[in-house]
Design a binder for this molecule. Structure first.
Ligand SMILES: Nc1ncnc2c1ncn2[C@@H]1O[C@H](COP(=O)(O)OP(=O)(O)OP(=O)(O)O)[C@@H](O)[C@H]1O
Length: 326
């Protein structure tokens, strides 16, 4: 092992290092994801270089109406994929199917090559695919910390036999509480740990939903309308949190109506209409796709598919500062 003194920098070694850097430039995780997605065709059902979730021939009918009719979908590992589409397109139903909260009429899907079809929601979460849920009335009456602890996996307190051994349970609770507080601190919710979840603002509720999902250390996180009901002042911060999850290596799949958010953070966009996938591609090109424009125009005329002005960092920084003062 050379000592610090023995390490000398010769012109040759500097040149070698520079040459090595030129051969293998350092790229961030995000740049690598974008480079891989750049090789993908912009067509519905396109194959991905590292598909972490694949779905085949997934159909869900309600009476005579077909809510989901997905022929083939692959979700790229480590990327942020947005699932968009007009109201009633089948996005939430498809989310419910993938995460075991609903059963299809037919179809199969896999996670890391393992079949997920027919698995319960709890089993899917345990494997590493977790979705966020809107804060229900019942959960609003619990504190922020209690919400977090409920999401904790492998809680021996829920196991009939282990619950007779308070020591085991207490040890788990201490570890889970420490983990919960760490995650809450990340989302700046630690000071609200003892507050009722129902007292949080719209944006803070969304952060809590995300924080809850992280209690199970997921590989894939599925966010259901993360921007719904969020004050514009908190949008930037929420988007930053979602990007941070991706930059830590998590795969993010999210359903969203807010096109500004979709444009701003998505690496890839999948468009559903009438149960089917009608377009796929990077955000900018998807928003120009005629099939997408037609799908939205057919459903609601007032959707703004462009314009990022709401996300002007200067305006948002000012709004955020004002929100904090309040
Ligand atoms: N449990 C159900 N029973 C009957 N019909 C249902 C049920 N769940 C969903 N649907 C119908 O299936 C279709 C797809 O609904 P879904 O909620 O999946 O669409 P979505 O794209 O998520 O819409 P939105 O963006 O408005 O949330 C809709 O026509 C809806 O009315």
């Amino acid at each position: 092992m050379p000592t610090d003194e023995s390490i000398t920098t010769t012109p040759e070694s500097v040149a070698d290092t520079a040459a090595a850097a030129a051969v293998a430039p350092v790229t961030t995780h995000h740049q690598q994801v974008l480079a891989k997605l750049a090789t993908v065709d912009h067509v519905p059902g396109a194959a991905k270089p590292d598909a972490i979730i694949t779905a085949d021939h997934v159909t869900r009918r309600f009476g005579g109406m077909t809510a989901v009719d997905v022929d083939h979908l692959e979700v790229q590992e480590g990327a942020i994929t947005a699932l968009i589409g007009p109201n009633g397109a089948g996005k939430t139903t498809f989310f419910n199917l993938l995460t075991g909260f609903d059963r299809p009429n037919q179809g199969s899907w896999t996670f890391q090559g393992r079949s997920l079809s027919g698995k319960s929601a709890a089993a899917v979460a345990k494997i590493g695919v977790v979705r966020t849920f809107q804060l229900t009335k019942a959960l609003s009456r619990l504190t922020v910390l209690q919400n977090m602890l409920l999401a904790s996996t492998h809680n021996p307190g829920e196991n009939l036999w282990l619950s007779w051994l308070p020591f085991t349970w207490q040890k788990h609770e201490k570890a889970a509480t420490e983990k919960a507080m760490e995650i809450l601190a990340r989302f700046k919710l630690d000071t609200k740990a003892s507050d009722f979840a129902g007292s949080l603002s719209g944006g803070q509720r969304k952060l809590l939903e995300m924080a809850r999902a992280l209690m199970t250390d997921p590989t894939v996180i599925m966010l259901d309308e993360p921007m719904a009901g969020v004050n514009p002042a908190l949008v930037q911060s929420l988007l930053g949190h979602i990007q941070a999850l991706r930059d830590e290596g998590m795969t993010v799949l999210f359903v969203e109506h807010d096109m500004h958010a979709v444009r701003h953070i998505s690496d890839w966009v999948v468009v559903m209409a009438e149960g089917r996938i009608v377009a796929e591609g990077p955000p900018a090109s998807v928003m120009r796709d005629q099939a997408v424009v037609d799908a939205y125009l057919g459903a609601h005329h007032d959707t703004d598919l462009g314009d990022d002005s709401l996300l002007d960092p200067k305006i948002l920084a000012r709004l955020e500062a004002e929100e904090e003062k309040r």
